[in-house]
Design a protein around this ligand. Structure first.
Ligand SMILES: Cc1cc2nc3c(=O)[nH]c(=O)nc-3n(C[C@H](O)[C@H](O)[C@H](O)COP(=O)(O)OP(=O)(O)OC[C@H]3O[C@@H](n4cnc5c(N)ncnc54)[C@H](O)[C@@H]3O)c2cc1C
Length: 417
């Protein structure tokens, strides 16, 4: 068995892992090892050739590969060591990682601290149980994106997309630009699942119909998809039989949600949040296991990579401080999601950390003018009024944690429809 020692080991070289590794180096960790199962770093961004990345961070519209490329270069220059083609299999006692590498075989890594940055994967047909035949032509939107953008393989000519998440809408535009006809984007919910800007730029600009409160009820075709049946759903999200109709098509793309890749996290006995399906963390992105930090989509699914980079820098810097023995530890205070809020990340605050903490959260339902509040008892820590809210768009409040002594609650109250 190959054995490697380092200060900080980062699992996953997507935008989260890259930002965390660079920050760990900048914080003074001498040896930072970035472990990636893929051949190249960059994560999901390698296949996202559309613009829209880095608007907040760089005030520029970059493509996914351009955004990732900046961090790959910075990591190399900072002296981060990349171990690619290497899959982390388990996290053992004393932070020991067991990995598999095609040349080295099993590799045992002994880090001072760990950052989990494994991203997420897409839900498939099996996760949502669409009835009907099992023909070729049913893809997750991300798989279709990878085939078209990285392998130059067109997946179909006449397409229906189930789910109005960002990947689905981006693929609606991409398929259209490649000459396919997108018949409709079909969404179960009565509101858009992704960002409004993607609806405008990817659907409205290309006259692609969005059917809210609809679902796919069956897939037809023996060898290849020949049609899908769709129907409107009632308030309990049950198909209304008399509204069912058939759309002839050869391809069905699924954009029906993402699952954070937390098999390693669960097996390591780390406390999980049942809503985000990611580990519970504090404002330093530390999980319930001291010395194990987490960031990016493995913690909660982010719509903007800029947020991923910001929280990952925190995770990497704090992991380095843990490894160097300079991370203070104080009383843990909970962060609760109050009325109108579905979840908040981080789920707790460490009173010893001090300084500002960013609270990222999603509202439970779409609304008009809404007041977002973070409070500690009767004390308002942060308050902001926004013109509208949607579960598809992450909200953020920054609070000062210097003198906190009690749990914090985040609420969203609609004041004007
Ligand atoms: C299709 C799509 C379009 C998007 N469009 C935009 C956009 O326009 N603008 C924007 O700001 N954001 C966009 N996003 C969101 C943004 O890209 C993501 O939030 C971001 O990429 C998440 O980064 P991550 O590092 O957490 O995950 P990922 O990029 O998924 O990286 C995770 C990495 O971990 C590796 N890994 C996993 N498990 C292991 C293991 N056990 N061992 C070793 N390595 C492992 C994976 O191979 C992968 O490289 C988009 C996302 C998608 C999917």
């Amino acid at each position: 068995m190959h054995t490697v020692f380092c200060d900080v080991a980062v699992i996953g070289a997507g935008p989260a892992g890259l930002a965390a590794a660079i920050a760990a180096k900048q914080e003074g960790a001498a040896n930072v090892l970035l472990i990636e199962r893929d051949t190249a770093p960059g994560g999901i961004l390698q296949q996202c050739i559309h613009p829209g990345f880095g608007l907040q961070l760089f005030r520029e519209e970059l493509t996914g590969p351009e955004y990732a490329g900046r961090f790959v270069k910075e990591a190399r220059e900072a002296g981060v060591e990349l171990l690619s083609d290497t899959m982390v299999l388990s996290i053992g006692e004393d932070h020991i990682l067991t990995c598999a590498n095609p040349e080295k075989g099993l590799v045992e890594i002994h880090p001072g601290a760990i950052v989990l940055a494994m991203g997420c994967r897409e839900r498939t047909r099996a996760n949502i149980r669409i009835p009907g035949e099992r023909p070729a032509g049913v893809y997750t939107a991300g798989t279709a994106q990878r085939l078209i953008n990285r392998q130059n393989a067109m997946v179909g000519r006449r397409v229906v997309i189930l789910g109005s998440g960002d990947i689905g809408m981006i693929m609606a535009r991409r398929m259209t630009l490649e000459g396919a006809k997108v018949e409709a984007v079909v969404e179960l919910l009565p509101y858009l699942a992704g960002l409004t800007r993607n609806r405008v730029q990817c659907l409205d600009d290309f006259d692609i119909p969005l059917l809210l409160s609809h679902t796919v009820t069956a897939i037809e075709g023996k060898r290849r998809v020949e049609a899908v049946r769709i129907a409107q759903v009632d308030q309990q999200r049950r198909p209304i039989p008399e509204t069912e109709r058939t759309i002839p098509c050869d391809t069905l793309l699924l954009s029906v949600g993402l699952i954070p890749e937390n098999e390693l996290t669960r097996a390591a006995g780390i406390e999980m949040d049942s809503i985000t399906n990611g580990p519970s963390v504090d404002q330093r992105m530390e999980t319930s296991r001291p010395g194990i930090f987490a960031c990016g989509n493995v913690v909660h699914v982010n719509d903007l990579v800029d947020n991923v980079t910001a929280e990952s820098r925190t995770a990497g810097a704090c992991a380095a401080r843990y490894a160097l023995g300079t991370l203070p530890r104080g009383q843990a205070l909970g962060v609760a999601h109050g009325s109108g809020v579905r979840y908040v990340c981080p789920q707790r605050l460490d009173a010893a950390a001090g300084g500002k903490a960013a609270l990222y959260f999603r509202v439970a339902a779409p609304g008009g003018k809404t007041v977002l509040t973070a409070r500690c008892g009767e004390t308002i820590l942060a308050r902001r009024t926004v013109p509208r809210v949607s579960p598809g768009e992450m909200c953020r409040l920054d609070i000062d944690t210097a003198h906190l002594t009690a749990p914090v609650t985040v609420e969203a109250q609609e004041v004007e429809a």
